[in-house]
Design a protein around this ligand. Sequence first.
Ligand code: PLP
Length: 417
Amino acid sequence: MISSFACKLAKGKAANDIIFAANAACVAAIAKYGPEKITNGTIGAIMDDAGKLVCLPTVEKVYRNLPTNELIAYAPISGLPDYLDKVEVAAFGKFKPAGYTAAVATAGGTGAIHHAIWNYTEPGDIVITSDWYWGAYKVLCRDAGRELQTYTMLNAQNTFNLSALREKVTAVLQKQDTIMVIINTPAHNPTGYSLTTEDLLGVVRMLQEVTETAGKKAVLFLDVAYIDYAGDKDEVRKFFKALDHLPETILGIVAYSMSKGFTMYGQRTGAMIGVSDNAAVIKEFAEINQFTSRATWSNINRPAMKTLATIYADPALLKATEQERDHYYKIIKTRADLFMKEAKACGLPMIPYIAGFFLSIPAKHPAAICDRLHADGIYVVPLAAGVRVALCSIPLQKISGMAAKICAAWKASETQA
Ligand SMILES: Cc1ncc(COP(=O)(O)O)c(C=O)c1O
């Protein structure tokens, strides 16, 4: 009997998204026991201390006041021109890398990752990211017939493990001509870790050495989805200097997302920005990615693009938006500070947290920890190397006491066979 019509590439695909599964279990527990008894640490969206999904007020005002035409008309395939102009300002701020750049509108940061994998790696190629990573990277690679492989993100001193990345890049470049390295910084999901400017300069230097020696190419893909909640606007953007005048063998791609910075998660709007010292490479970047947009989703959400363009064209609106972001950045930071203080007091290990929506606890048996925590009404996400806690969605009063409960579950699980 014929039980499958799927082509070879599609066969066996089933998106088993652990984050959405953990959230579904949490939603069921809330329905059963009531919201006050349950802590939802699964979701990557900002909830205020009353547990309500946050929309930045200025963003909401600008979006809701757009004329009907801006809400319903098609947009150009590569994005509204004023959006493409302003999204580079939103991403880079004062630190636009020296060289040539071009932006292409994408369906969220996810769309940028999709296009980069599709257009800059060959079928069967290996794509590299760190061992702590956002699970969608793997799904995106697999869907395109590529494979995601990892290097150990932190060394014994808990700093960026450049030598592990070098080793991995060198090994993979023996088998393929281009290597794509995805780095999610600042405020990395799932750990809250950020690379320093020196770290990134080290990555660029390393990629240059390895590619020049091997006569190969590298795509350095910087996923900056959380950049607007990573600290002082100018301070956190300094690392873009590492992309100044990139060597010929390296193409930089920066993935910008409106999901977090504008609290517009469901509006599916982002951009990929190519950075190179070669004008021809950037011309090609704009052309091939526009083509893939046409072939994937055609054009994206016009009102969301217009919202960003409107805010970044008006200093008063921008100031208000930045103050609102800062307010929520501080709310998340207060939650993180309390969690870290309590984690330290009870001896719970953590990956170094600098900023962002999440923190992570390394563990041998992440699923066992999460299961045990259900008895305490706490829902967090089990990953391959540990447990992810979404600080962005947990009210401060529920953070209090959480580290001790996670620590008890962690201790119990570490001793299990
Ligand atoms: C690490 C990381 N990159 C990119 C994204 C992009 O999200 P979106 O496609 O909603 O812009 C997310 C969202 O959760 C993320 O966690």
